[in-house]
Design a protein around this ligand. Structure first.
Ligand code: GLC
Ligand code: MG
Length: 425
């Protein structure tokens, strides 16, 4: 991607439901851990790719429900739609390619003749994907008969059974694996192949991801029988694929460590930041760390001490200013003072902070401009702001990291009139 000058250090290609997102974890802890690790250590030189069976409609819905990061590339509708960047620009070349030996009308007509098949909702029927529900016991038989009928029409299709109930019909050249192969080929042609790629999944439509050459794979602990069965039949002795012991995003972090692909300790798992001095100062790390400290303070998860606040205050420039999203200004030091009375005010309540799209530019020999989205989830209410922070290493003793000079925030949706009660940073 244009964002990176050279080859990405790591490209993660992850399924969403029950892989990146754990629907059995209302607190979303493993996802938040992954987010912190990615923004602190990978965002600046790596690529995040989400590969989901969901259509754009259901994908966008999930993003509203869960604290998900913004990926660099989104592959939707079981590898039939590829889009780039925050604005999700479609890859038209890929769509053109999928038109080969594909006729959606014939697929719909023939599949409608099978009473065992029930159409999924309209949002999930896409130009290169026709989707149904079918009972587990009937799936294999229907797939066989249907593919024979479509062959007679001269179509070359791929039928995938997932999640013990979903049946997708796609062009033969489509699918999550083919979409990944297409991206890898494209990056190679541009002279920027990823140094490492990690594919992550839990169900039938993810199996293809694990058969692409030079790709590490993780089946998360909660992977479904259909994927484990595929693995046992096709890739049992492949050391590049593991079945993690951790669920969902926890399994992804585990695989990063297992394959030694880079840092694999989430800042959320670091209790005391003073004990983990990073070898190379990275602005993204500082931002993630600060907001975690702030979250822990308000949740009452750190010791209530003047020492903790003094340490935080020491990283803020004495005459630095914070411009709140509403436009109100206050000195950085008075923000820290205000924190004093908020200790534990979110204890036992829902209160989480995460950062997304952290980007850094060095604008002087010792000064960095860091931009990111900051999200706060508090009692079911989610608010986001775009933040810009000036960090400087000048004047700070080398062991203590950078000083925050200035913080500027604006509401993500451009409105200036939101309730700012309890919003400190
Ligand atoms: C998602 C899609 C659905 C598809 C399934 C399996 O749930 O919404 O249409 O059948 O993934 O690929
Ligand atoms: Mg899944």
């Amino acid at each position: 991607m244009d964002r990176l000058n050279g080859s990405p250090r790591l490209m993660i290609v992850s399924d969403l439901d029950h892989t990146m997102v754990d629907h059995h974890d209302p607190e979303n802890l493993s996802l938040l851990k992954f987010n912190a690790l990615w923004e602190a250590d990978y965002r600046h030189d790596s690529l995040l790719v989400f590969s989901t069976g969901r259509s754009p409609t259901l994908y966008k819905q999930l993003r509203k429900e869960k604290p998900m990061l913004t990926p660099d590339i989104t592959i939707m509708s079981v590898g039939t739609e590829i889009t780039y960047g925050d604005s999700m620009v479609p890859d038209d070349g890929w769509e053109q390619f999928l038109n080969q030996k594909w006729d959606k009308n014939i697929v719909v007509e023939e599949a409608s003749k099978f009473p065992e098949l029930t159409f999924q909702s309209d949002t999930e029927q896409r130009p290169h994907k026709v989707s149904f529900y079918v009972e587990k016991g009937k799936a294999q038989e229907v797939m066989k008969a249907l593919s024979e009928r479509l062959k007679k029409h001269g179509l070359d299709v791929k039928i995938i059974y997932s999640g013990g109930m979903d049946l997708d019909i796609l062009p033969q050249g489509a699918g999550k694996g083919q979409a990944l192969a297409y991206l890898l080929k494209k990056f190679k042609a541009e002279g920027k192949p990823p140094k490492n790629t990690l594919a992550c999944g839990d169900s039938g439509n993810d199996a293809e991801l694990f058969s692409i050459p030079d790709v590490h794979g993780v089946m998360v602990a909660n992977a479904m029988e259909e994927l484990l069965h595929w693995h046992a039949e096709n890739a049992k002795n492949n050391p590049h694929i593991i079945h993690a012991t951790e669920r969902c995003a926890g399994g992804i972090i585990e695989a990063i460590g297992h394959f030694k692909l880079g840092p694999s300790v989430s800042p959320r798992d670091v209790k005391d930041f003073s004990e983990c001095k990073v070898e190379h100062f990275h602005p993204g790390h500082e931002v993630v760390k600060f907001y975690l400290c702030y979250e822990r303070w308000r949740r009452g998860e750190v010791e209530n001490s003047q020492h903790f606040l003094q340490n935080l205050k020491a990283v803020f420039y004495p005459s630095g200013i914070l411009v709140h999203p509403s436009g109100v200004e206050c000195s950085l030091h008075s923000c820290i003072d205000a924190m004093g009375s908020c200790y534990g005010d979110k204890q036992g309540k829902q209160f989480r902070i995460w950062t997304d799209r952290v980007s850094c530019a060095q604008i002087g020999s010792d000064i960095w401009l860091v931009k990111f989205d900051k999200w706060e989830l508090s009692d079911e209410k989610r608010q986001g702001c775009l933040s810009t922070v000036l960090l400087s290493t000048k004047g700070s003793t080398s062991s203590e990291g950078p000083i925050w000079m200035h913080v500027h925030q604006t509401w993500s949706d451009g409105s200036g009139l939101k309730d700012q009660t309890g919003w400190l940073f």
